[in-house]
Write a protein that binds this ligand. Structure first.
Ligand SMILES: Nc1ncnc2c1ncn2[C@@H]1O[C@H](COP(=O)(O)OP(=O)(O)OP(=O)(O)O)[C@@H](O)[C@H]1O
Length: 457
């Protein structure tokens, strides 16, 4: 992409000389002849650098107008490089210019090579700063994704065919909606699509729509400018921008409040969005994958989900089957988890007795693969022998109680985090995936409930 530069000067001769020089160097050039024009253009267009004079009114040489303009540019654009030029340079003015937020100072008449070197340096710095800002937000998101990562286990015909379909659609850019019970592997499969897509080298950004509070929705999704509202101390990059050129995965899409569904629909239709507090539009170059544990058509019938939004997101809709409908996957998955927990705790791997295997196959797995992972981890921690027996699994024939209950006679030696996760998941299952009711029953807000759940996962 060629860098675009805004030249601001009231002298037409200087503007055309600078334009000629910068265009010959391959830059895209735009011009402004007054401070107001500079601010207007910055609101509506994206530039990579501003090259500006300090004096605009005929006969002024104090630089006051330019310093005032600089302060206003800085309020509007935190990182944008600004190089100042003046024919009336004094050391004091140069210092004031830098204090007001300029990145560099050049005296007129300028030396072409020196000016070009300054511009190239500032552009390099700007790119590096933007990259750092994106990476630090990216890292924060990744830190929340602590989990035992496993290769995908798919021994059943139904999972094999699902993976084949996903590979097939991965290469196109179509929106995919994954439906299925909690813990069936929807998030993992979204990542799988990304890895097989042409966007694999760009970011994969996952957002749990239930965890985003209504008031912060726009800021989280689209970002905000510094000063856009009281707490906006820094410019923030939203999830759409973080996922640029990559995949945006909106998990629990059904938990998006109706008021926010309209905003989401607009961005998906127009493929454009604005940061909160900005008038400049940005392009949403993302591949969208969404997931829900609800029945989307039922949500539409109940008036909880917009039909037009559903049509946008479900170009391809695929169901991830519950674990009890793919028995062939249960034992291989259990083996995978046995290996993973042995590695995690740096201990020898346990094995499953034949009776334990039968118990695993007979259990209905309301919490699906995630529950299986927890059951195996708990059995690894609590069992004394190397060969796991049905009693070590702590499975109950009552599905709703089984996920979280630990043998009453045994001391529960798990971490507080693991116990909390069980409690959260148990409530979630008890209320059939209704996050609001589950949260209320624990005295939590819906967003806190989701935050804790995703932290624990
Ligand atoms: N086929 C599989 N092979 C290996 N691991 C799996 C498989 N399916 C699911 N898992 C693991 O199970 C856990 C739950 O999966 P995931 O979070 O993708 O489910 P989900 O359907 O998105 O759940 P939720 O609806 O609660 O967000 C993850 O740790 C995931 O890695």
């Amino acid at each position: 992409m060629t860098a675009s530069i805004l030249i601001a000067d009231d002298d037409e001769g200087i503007i055309s000389a600078l334009s000629l020089l910068l265009k010959s160097e391959g830059f895209t050039v735009d011009t402004a002849s007054s401070p107001q024009q500079v601010l207007d253009k910055l609101l509506h267009c994206d530039y990579h650098l501003v090259l500006m004079d300090l004096n605009y009114s005929f006969d002024t040489t104090s630089g006051e107008e330019g310093l005032h303009l600089l302060t206003r540019i800085r309020n509007q654009e935190e990182l944008l490089p600004v190089v100042v030029m003046t024919g009336w340079a004094t050391i004091e003015l140069a210092v004031n210019t830098i204090k007001s937020g300029a990145n560099d100072f050049i005296q007129k008449p300028w030396d072409n090579n020196q000016l070009l070197a300054t511009i190239h340096n500032q552009l390099k710095l700007f790119n590096a700063q933007k990259q750092t800002q994106k990476l630090s937000q990216h890292n924060q998101l990744l830190q929340n994704e602590r989990r035992i990562s496993l290769p995908i286990t798919a021994h059943s015909a139904i999972m094999k065919s699902l993976l084949a379909k996903l590979q097939q659609v991965a290469k196109s850019d179509v929106n995919i909606l994954l439906t299925g019970e909690n813990g069936t592997g929807k998030s993992m499969l979204a990542r799988y699509v990304h890895d097989y897509s042409n966007r694999a080298s760009a970011p994969f950004i996952a957002v749990n729509m239930g965890a985003i509070t209504e008031t912060l929705f726009e800021s989280e999704m689209f970002g905000h400018l510094k000063g856009a509202f009281t707490d906006a101390k820094q410019t923030r990059i939203g999830r759409f921008e973080l996922a640029e050129s990559g995949t945006l995965f909106l998990d629990e899409i059904a938990n998006t409040p109706l008021s926010q569904q309209a905003k989401l629909l607009r961005v998906l239709e127009e493929r454009r969005f604005e940061k909160v507090g900005a008038t400049k539009t940005q392009v949403a170059d993302i591949r969208l994958i969404t997931a829900t544990n609800s029945q989307p058509s039922q949500l539409v019938a109940d008036g909880l989900f917009r039909q037009d939004l559903l049509y946008r997101i479900n170009t391809v809709e695929l169901v991830v089957p519950p674990l009890r409908e793919r028995l062939e996957d249960i034992i291989p998955l259990a083996q995978h988890y046995l290996m993973a927990v042995a590695q995690k705790y740096n201990q020898p791997q346990h094995t499953l007795s034949a009776a334990a295997q039968t118990a695993l196959l007979q259990y209905p797995w309301p919490g699906n693969v995630r529950e299986l992972g927890h059951v195996i981890e708990r059995a690894h921690i609590l069992s004394e022998g190397q060969i796991l027996q049905p009693s070590n699994l702590g499975l109950d024939s009552q599905p709703n109680n089984s996920a979280a209950s630990v043998n009453n006679n045994a001391t529960d030696l798990r971490t507080l985090e693991a116990i909390e996760l069980d409690a959260l998941e148990q409530r979630f299952e008890y209320f059939n995936g209704d996050a609001i009711q589950a949260a209320q029953s624990l005295g939590l807000s819906r967003s806190t409930f989701y935050r804790r759940l995703s932290k624990a996962k």
